[in-house]
Design a protein. Sequence first.
Length: 559
Amino acid sequence: MVLSVFGARLVQLQGIDPKSYAAMAAAEGVVEVVLPAERGDILDRNGQPLADSVEGLMVVADPYMTTDKAPELAKFLSQRLDVDYFSTLKKLRAKGSRFEFIARRVPSTKATDVVQAAAAAGFKGIATRRDPVRDYPAGDVAANLIGFMGTDEPLGGFERTFQTQLAGKDGSSRYDVGGGNRIPLGDSTIRKAVDGQDLHTTIDQDLQWYTQRVLRQTVQASRGDSGVAIVMDTRTGELLSLADYPTFDANAPLEANEDDLGSRAISDVFEPGSVEKVLTLSSLIDAGKVTPHTELKVPGVLTREDHPIRDWFPHDLIRLTLAGVIAKSSNIGTVLAADKFDTGELFSYLTKFGLGQRTNIGVRGETPGILPDGSLWTHQNQDRIAFGQSLSVNAVQMIAAVNTIANGGVRVSPSVIEGHATTDEGVEVGTDTTTTRRVVSPKAATGMAHMMERVVDPEVGVAPGAAVPGYRVAGKTGTAQRAGTDCGCYDGTFTVSFAGFAPADDPRFTIYVVVQNPRNGGGGGSVAGPAFSKIMSYALRRYAVPPTGTRPSHLPVEW
């Protein structure tokens, strides 16, 4: 009799009504809920958040309760949460599941409104769980460095490069349910979430904001295509500001042009023009071939093997000192001086300055630039490279090279991460990994700094607009032809720039401003020079750097 009862029950379970009993079984069991980790903040040098997490919610579904009205509910949710109808429908019908994500990282108010509206419409099984939302409180400030988040993954910048450090690890909660409800005294297991770690940068948020505004104004006023402005701590190599224009609001990256989402300061290459003369002539001084007082006869045209070399200004034979070559930015004078290099000597110096090599500061998409291999150099190559053509750099690479002169001849590697961090490619970066190497002697660096002061002298220099009232400023203009991507030749457009440091006799900051293709006819002195002056003035005031009170250089420029 007992066996007959069990047999009948087995037939009922397996043959007569299996679906109804399967549904009852699904109402019993274990639910596993994700406990999201909170993403680490990205902070400026003073602890101000450039990226943080604010309260948000995930919208979730219990398929046991949503299956019956799945099509109607999927349409309802897709319209209000901007989620795909078909994938949502599949989740609402998921067999054997009691927990499905519908939408992640939804602003709290919006998620709550959707769930309440669903309940009012007669839908069951829709709820919310805590799910922090990424926020960029400063909007476009340092956005090209920080990057941005997609729904579930980072899509650029530091967010992607340092994902492992920032993301943390989600936890989970498992508990028994019965009849569609949690069993109060049932088994329950919690694995706590491990929050992500903060990423500390060397960026000064206020200085970054100001630099970006000056850069935007400069590019727009000159009708240029784009621009870059960088502020470096001369002694430590820390980048206090790294500005790109055009930029974007990290809270709304989809509204921006795709070309504006990365950092041109690190990914774009350009020929540096006459700023290169700082490297060429300081190397010559270091090699003992010249001094700031070396006298040169500079003709109006210099005929070389393949192409005549001219200066940016027309002139007959003029007599310039080496300081005058810098002050007047003479291509011909630079080439005549560079003739004193031994074979391979300039290439060796430029390599030590860091040209042709990535800086590895932790910004995605960095280019190494182009420094032709020494074995490929000809006299013609050296002539053009000496005054800043026929080689390419990125802006961070070039400011680090110029900063070598400001730092007494010692190159300090640039940093944008404070402390220590590891990129997604396994590269160790940050101020803890800073390296230094001597490139030129202190005497050569000091001599070059004195020569660069004459550039901003209103009586003899080409960039008086770069001066900072009350301070000694050393600087150099750059105006270089740009190679067109279509023709592979110089196409009539230009890169203009200004690089310099202050106070000239006790440098605190090095600044580099670059504008691509200005259409107002201006050069490095008139376009980038005034922007340099504004940014340097702000930085010196912000960090309470006093004037040195010493007299500026008065090296002779003619003989």
